[in-house]
Ligand binder design. Structure first.
Ligand SMILES: [Zn+2]
Length: 212
């Protein structure tokens, strides 16, 4: 595992390697960014969207958080980080696609399923508990059918979380408007860590299937 010194050594390789060879690209990016795709992914260290989608700097606008969740449109006071990023991407960058990418072996989804952080103090698991409580509603039928432990239940929760984030995305008026006029498309995806396969959601059937 990497230490901070290892990261600095990595940065030095970047500065003398990739940064030099892609100098023209960075010159262009200095003028601004115009990504056409926003990706919402989990903070999990194993699921870096730029690596999985093999894209260059400037190509995807990314938000990562516990379990790749989008909260519903809320007007309560507070610091709505995901909503701010979404607003910026949709209204100012005018992205044409939003991809919600869940993943296998997701600790956030597992905690939502087992409610293992339930009742903990803020800063000791309570923030995670509050955050993933937005999955409580979709958890119920899964827990009834599959229980709360084991890969079958966990996978069901991970896939349901992607659908919940898409549902919550559609509570934002700017998303509704742009999806309706065809200038924005939403996509659900799931990266299975164990075999490295990306699955795409077909929203008509509700099923995920391997991409290519
Ligand atoms: Zn995760």
């Amino acid at each position: 595992m990497k230490s901070y010194d290892d990261l600095i050594a990595g940065y030095q390789r970047f500065r003398t390697g990739t940064w030099q060879t892609q100098h023209a690209r960075w010159e262009e990016l200095r003028e601004g960014q115009s990504p056409k795709v926003m990706v919402i992914a989990c903070s999990d260290s194993r699921v870096d969207p730029a690596q999985i989608f093999d894209v260059d700097p400037g190509e995807i606008f990314v938000v990562r958080n516990v379990a790749a969740m989008v909260p519903p449109f809320e007007t309560s006071p507070g610091q709505h980080g995901v909503s701010a990023a979404l607003e910026f991407a949709v209204q100012f960058l005018e992205v044409e696609h939003i991809v919600v990418m869940g993943h296998g072996l997701c600790g956030g989804c597992q905690a939502a399923l087992t409610q293992s952080m339930h009742g903990r103090a803020l800063g000791r698991g309570g923030f995670v508990a509050q955050w993933i409580a937005m999955l409580d509603e979709v958890r119920e039928p899964i827990a009834r059918e599959f229980g709360t432990t084991g890969r079958e239940a966990e996978r069901a929760m991970e896939l349901a979380a992607v659908k919940k984030s898409l549902e919550n995305l559609r509570t934002f008026p700017c998303v509704q408007e742009k999806e309706a006029d065809g200038s924005l498309a939403l996509h659900g995806a799931f990266f299975a860590i164990s075999d490295g396969i990306l699955h795409r959601l077909d929203e008509t059937s509700g099923l995920f299937s391997a991409a290519g």
